[in-house]
Design a protein around this ligand. Structure first.
Ligand code: PLP
Length: 482
């Protein structure tokens, strides 16, 4: 099917689906149409978002949603799972082939779930299984209450070392609001205060001192690549398991932009990811593992996961099949090239970037040079139709709520076909907004970290200029809803 016929067919499919939905709850059908219109009309720079293909999206709206399939491929706790087995096998096969991983687990419902599966599989591998063997039991049900208590105490008394939140790490890498910060004793490594870069010698020194069971590498807001071979060396030196969370940059690994030491898969014991960010699939998670961890990861459901979302696993299979096409490599390279253009666009206009630039898909703009908090910048940009999210910068004086940064990513607009020229223009438009925004005051006249004033006319002017870019690169070209 050529692109034009494909778009026409997808248009009919969506129109028909929305008509059916409207017979039950017209407000949901209307909101669904409106969401497409809104997404089409805004400059989306949220680093963790993308636009999945109609094939991926349509795969989620089927009767696989109705099926329970707890267990593993060929070994389910429910009857009638033969088609779910096919779906999960195809998704896992594509993931193994795409990433060159010995084992893949397609069930996690999200990135947080994938990380929980990984943590518990590492605990099971190193603590539970040897503990059971020592106590002469095959599984926990065979333990006396006292033995179970001592094993549980050991399971809950392990150490994890991950990247700090303000250096770009994720909540699931050992932070207290997340279960990872409660189930492990945790410490963090940050970035160099002068360069903003990861300092492997500091990571090594912390690991030597803290001796973690799990060393976590990966990030949500670090605009640079990581040398995973060095991280593995550090893990090996202290006897830790290296877990890499590649949720953000999985698309760059899939598209072979990150190879050698920058590809986590050959170096880590366990790799987790989301499927909906740079990988451009449905919302969900994946775990990849070396053979020695496969059996433990495979226990994800029911260890920490409920019944698999078979319709989403089907969409993961479709997205992974797309990512194995040669066009995905071109896409991934463009994500990285475009991030460089965006960064240069800011630097040439005098803005400050954390680490002074980027070599992945993220640009972290320090908006304190505009006299603004991240919260003020995020709101002013949104008024002008630019969708971003505020983010801490290292040692952020404004904390995690107001912040001093704006995190930007190129995967979504690259999917729309934006290139270097368009990203330079995006930087220009954003600088127009930020340099025309003043911090506001509270109702009592004190300086406010939230309120702001955007000069008259700027939002309209920026929206009009963005519309030219957006019209030239339509989202879902040819998808025409009635
Ligand atoms: N890991 C990293 C590095 C992330 O950036 C995120 C999402 O922001 C997650 C995990 C969690 O993913 P999800 O929102 O799918 O649970």
């Amino acid at each position: 099917m050529n692109d034009e016929t494909l778009a026409k067919t997808a248009s009919s499919a969506y129109d028909a689906a929305l008509e059916v939905i409207a017979t039950v709850e017209p407000r949901i059908a209307a909101a669904t149409r409106q969401e497409l219109a809104d997404q089409r009309a805004s400059l989306k720079l949220i680093a963790s978002e993308n636009y999945a293909s109609p094939a991926v999206l349509l795969t989620m709206g089927t009767w696989f949603s109705d099926k329970y399939a707890e267990g593993t491929i060929g070994h389910r706790f429910y009857a009638g799972c033969q088609n779910v087995d096919t779906v999960e096998s195809v998704a896992a096969e594509h993931a193994r082939e795409l990433f060159g991983a010995p084992y893949a687990y397609a069930q996690p419902h999200s990135g947080i779930d994938a990380n929980l599966v990984a943590y518990w599989s590492i605990l099971a591998h190193h603590i539970e299984t040897p503990g059971l063997a020592k106590l002469g039991a095959k599984n926990v049900n065979e333990l006396s209450e006292a033995d179970w208590e001592s094993l549980r105490a050991e399971l809950g008394n392990q150490r994890l070392l991950g990247m700090s939140l303000d250096a770009g790490g994720h909540l699931t890498h050992g932070f207290r609001p997340n279960i990872s910060g409660k189930m492990f004793h945790q410490q963090q490594y940050g970035t160099d205060p002068d360069t903003g870069l990861l300092d492997y010698d500091v990571v090594r020194a912390k690991a030597r001192e803290f001796k973690p069971l799990v060393l976590v590498a990966g990030y949500s807001a670090y605009p640079r690549r990581i040398d995973f071979a060095r991280m593995r060396e550090i893990a090996d030196e202290v006897g830790a398991t290296l877990m890499v969370d590649m949720a953000h940059f999985a698309g760059l690994v899939a598209g072979k932009v990150f190879t050698g030491n920058e590809d986590p898969v050959p170096h880590a014991h366990v790799v987790t990811t989301t499927t909906h960010k740079s990988l451009r699939g449905p919302r969900g998670g994946l775990v990849l593992a070396q053979e020695e961890f496969a059996a433990d990861v495979d226990r994800g459901c029911p260890m920490v996961l409920g019944g698999p979302l078979s319709h989403v696993m089907a969409a993961k299979a479709v997205a992974l099949a797309e990512a194995r096409q040669p066009a995905f490599r071109t896409y991934a390279q463009s994500i990285a090239d475009n991030a460089k253009s965006l960064a240069e666009g800011f630097l040439s206009r005098g803005a400050t970037l954390v680490t002074g630039g980027t070599d992945n898909h993220i640009v972290l703009l320090d908006v304190s040079s505009f006299g603004l908090t991240g919260r003020q910048a995020e709101s002013a940009l949104l008024d002008a139709g630019v969708v971003t999210n505020r983010n801490s910068v290292p040692a952020d004086p404004n904390g995690a709520w107001y912040t001093s940064g704006i995190r930007l990513g190129t995967p979504a607009l690259t999917t729309r076909g934006f290139g270097a020229t368009e990203f330079d223009k995006v930087a220009e438009l954003m600088v127009q907004v930020l340099s025309n925004t003043q911090p506001g005051t509270t109702s009592a006249g004190a300086p406010s970290k939230a309120s702001y004033q955007l000069a008259d006319g700027v939002a309209d002017r920026v929206k009009a200029e963005s519309a030219e870019l957006l019209d030239a690169h339509p989202l879902y070209p040819g998808l025409d809803l009635a």
